[in-house]
Design a protein around this ligand. Structure first.
Ligand code: ATP
Ligand code: MG
Length: 342
């Protein structure tokens, strides 16, 4: 798959009181056309800096940012204007023009681009308003809209020039959980139906889990973990990634370890994905191997469109662990992931 967006050894530092303070160091990443790519990090990790380098709201201090193979830092003014039409952006606080109606906010980038007639602009705006579900709000002003409706205007405005890439900077962080869900569903629909590449940054693992295909974990200006969302979510390697996952699941990592220390027998974490989630593997294997199990903790949910289950089990047998070893072998043979915890 060709990369639509690539960072090659990108660094960015800000000059503060005659000193260069690094915000991003040696960032390498590549985003594939049509995917939803997420970047997660705590406050100050460098997320906004990273996303603003893509449309040159910031310039890199070192390295290259390529869109469709073209180094964006070499663009002249005309090239930069064209780039901004290929890369749309939505913001945490919507950034709408308060003196303009919904329709005029959405028409704004089209008027600036100056390529369409008034009639064509009106037609395009009506299409966009329908796509984001705001038809009855066409002539309202931003102050008359809810947060979720304002973000829908932001999305329609960002789509107006038919960009290839949509950048989302904490686009749902100002919204309540239910509104967040509906805006994420809209972004998912746009990604699938328009084959639009989405790059989003967030500090919420649940946003990543619901919408993204791949994720990079940003910590203090460095990418510390990177991969398919299901892999990072189910098997986080770096302490920062683990903290994001456990926070989102309301799991207290320390308490978890302490709770298991009282359990006799072998403790394992078993992960099922896709169809395996619905297969009665656990019952079958433990019965065949004559192993008893107790479920210590578990979660069953979806990552984007993939169902998964993850159970922590205490296993015991009457054969000094030989039956347990056989059970673990069969779990793996059935395609489950087995991690031995103690
Ligand atoms: N214009 C600027 N001038 C100087 N320092 C800056 C500037 N913008 C960002 N920084 C610094 O760069 C680092 C990364 O900031 P950035 O805004 O990218 O973080 P973030 O991950 O988006 O944080 P948040 O989640 O709070 O929005 C921080 O230490 C910040 O103080
Ligand atoms: Mg930010």
């Amino acid at each position: 798959m060709p990369a639509i967006l690539e960072f090659q050894k990108v660094s960015k530092s800000y000059r503060v009181k005659k000193r260069d303070i690094p915000a991003l160091t040696d960032i390498d990443l590549s985003v594939v056309a049509g995917e939803v790519f997420g970047v997660i990090g705590h406050s100050g990790a460098g997320k906004s800096t990273l996303i603003r380098l893509i449309n040159l709201l910031e310039r890199p201090s070192g390295g290259r940012v390529l869109i469709d193979g073209e180094d964006v830092t070499r663009l002249d003014d005309a090239g930069l204007r064209a780039l901004r039409q290929r890369v749309g952006m939505i913001f945490q606080h919507f950034n709408l023009l308060s003196a303009k109606t919904v329709a005029d906010n959405i028409a704004f980038p089209l008027r600036i681009a100056g390529r369409l007639s008034d009639a064509d602009i009106q037609k395009r705006v009506a299409e966009l308003i329908e796509r984001v579900g705001l038809t009855e709000h066409t002539h309202k002003y931003p102050a008359q809209l809810s947060g979720g409706q304002k973000q829908r205007v932001g999305i329609a405005r960002a789509l107006a020039t038919k960009p290839q890439i949509l950048l989302c900077d904490e686009a749902t962080s100002a919204l309540d959980p239910q509104t967040t869900q509906s805006v994420l569903r809209l972004l998912d629909e746009i990604n699938r139906e328009l084959h639009l590449t989405i790059v989003l940054i967030t500090h919420e693992m649940n946003v990543i889990r619901m919408l993204c295909d791949r994720v990079a974990v940003l910590d203090n200006g460095h990418i510390v973990e990177f991969g398919q969302v299901a892999d990072v979510f189910l098997h986080p390697q770096h302490p920062t990634s683990r903290r994001f996952v456990y926070e989102s699941e309301d799991i207290d990592e320390d308490a978890l370890g302490a709770a298991f220390s009282h359990v006799s027998g072998k403790i394992i974490r078993l992960t099922f994905r896709d169809e395996a989630t619905y297969e009665p593997v656990l019952g079958r294997v433990t019965r065949q191997c004559d192993v008893d199990f107790s479920i210590l903790t578990g979660r069953i949910d979806r990552i984007k469109n993939t169902p998964y289950g993850q159970l922590v089990l205490g296993l015991s047998d009457r054969d000094n662990g030989r039956n347990i070893s056989e059970a673990l072998r069969r779990f793996r043979e059935e395609g489950l992931t087995v991690e031995e915890i103690d």
